[in-house]
Write a protein that binds this ligand. Sequence first.
Ligand SMILES: [Zn+2]
Length: 101
Amino acid sequence: MKFIHDYRHFIEVGCTACGRKHTVSKGKYNVTMQGYSFHTPLACTCGSTASTASKENRTWTSKAEQHDIPKRNKATTVKMMLVIGFVIVFFAVEMNYMFHS
Ligand SMILES: [Zn+2]
């Protein structure tokens, strides 16, 4: 099953095989990392049964993007630090050369 919508009192899920919509009352499912797991397997009229409903990837990609932002900033900071470091070394070498000549 694929998770469609949370109506607070029940959740709406869709059959991954035929696309038929089903509802699961609150208290008859658990929220998991992947989505929802039903206490009793949900049988569709098309013959397929499912005990879990996966959440849409969209929700997870947006969360991943949020995690990527600090990483990108960190990488930029490291690059900046390296550039500044090289500049300092360059000037130190230049100064050393000037003092010796
Ligand atoms: Zn079905």
